[in-house]
Design a protein around this ligand. Structure first.
Ligand code: AMP
Ligand code: FE
Ligand code: FE
Ligand code: ZN
Length: 280
């Protein structure tokens, strides 16, 4: 089983990279990609923990991008983590996320007992901060029952506390990943159904820039959206991946609930030139 989308406490997963790796071994997976939001800080811990277990770790990341008002996630595999463009852009996104989270908390604090320190208490040093950490603080304060309840209420954009953060355009992000020797795959591109899949002309531009694949087998893609994605994959000769988007206890998603075919993994490994898979 090959699961190419997992998160650790380096971003908004609830397990450290080492715990994530142990969970993957316990679940009987053969390969995982560690794909924290906008950070490569979990790579080393994951590889150290994987040593001797037989698990293969694909170094990766889920890069935040924005197309107009819409947040678009781009999975990136096997890029050079010391590439200047990657370091500068991920640093810029993480800084913007921090300022934005503080601003969201400030607005929430007008109506709820919540302070920035409550959110910091839910993050590990240097982690990519996001709404999940604010959600955890709201849970700890007893305002909501769990992360999902927080996202459906206080953190939902319709409720006035939300604000977006800086993120590059998807096209710029694909170029950045390719320039760093990486392999870009659009994450869960059909979470809002067939009619909301990124338009064909935009996909064509991403493919021209080096987009490698589409994450079609993901629980958040709708059935009608998946049909459209299969059409696009055929039309543009894109690889099809499947993965869990595991966040530990932060989401119901379970390791290995979707899987990527071995030949697709081999093609990703062949295409990635920025770093190598960690084979234990
Ligand atoms: P942000 O990037 O800070 O706007 O937060 C979005 C992140 O929150 C995504 O990466 C998801 O992993 C996570 N997320 C979104 N909805 C939920 C939910 N209902 N429960 C838990 N986590 C969620
Ligand atoms: Fe997340
Ligand atoms: Fe995502
Ligand atoms: Zn994710």
């Amino acid at each position: 089983m090959i699961d190419l989308h997992t998160h650790s406490s380096v971003s908004d997963g609830t397990e450290t990279p080492a715990q994530l790796v142990r969970a993957a071994v316990a679940a009987g997976l053969g390969t995982i990609a560690i794909t924290d939001h906008d950070s490569t800080a979990g790579w080393q811990g994951a590889c150290v923990a994987a040593a001797g277990t037989g698990l293969t770790v694909i170094p990766g990341m889920e890069l935040s991008t924005r197309h107009g008002w819409r947040s678009v996630h781009l999975l990136a595999y096997l890029f050079n983590p010391l590439d200047g463009g990657i370091i500068a852009e991920t640093g810029r996104i993480r800084d913007a996320r921090l300022t934005r989270a503080e601003s969201i908390v400030q607005r929430i604090s007008a109506d709820y007992d919540l302070e920035w320190g409550d959110v910091l208490a839910q993050t590990t040093e240097g982690a990519t901060v996001g709404r999940p950490h604010i959600a955890d603080a709201l849970v700890a304060k007893g305002h909501v029952a769990n992360r999902s309840a927080a996202f459906e209420s206080i953190l939902h954009p319709r409720n006035g506390y939300f604000e977006p953060h800086y993120a590059p355009d998807p096209l710029e992000a694909v170029r950045l990943v390719v320039a760093a020797g990486g392999v870009p795959v659009l994450a869960h591109p059909a979470t809002r159904g067939r009619d909301n899949v990124i338009p064909e002309n935009k996909i064509a531009l991403l493919v021209e820039a080096g987009l490698f694949g589409l994450e079609i087998h993901h629980r958040d893609n709708t059935e009608s959206g998946k049909e459209r994605l299969f059409e696009l994959a055929r039309e543009f000769d894109l690889a099809i991946t499947g993965s869990s988007d595991y966040h530990g206890e932060g989401k119901p998603n379970r390791l290995g609930e979707n899987s990527t075919e071995p030949d697709v993994l081999e093609r990703i490994i062949d295409a990635g030139t920025g770093t190598t898979p960690f084979r234990s």
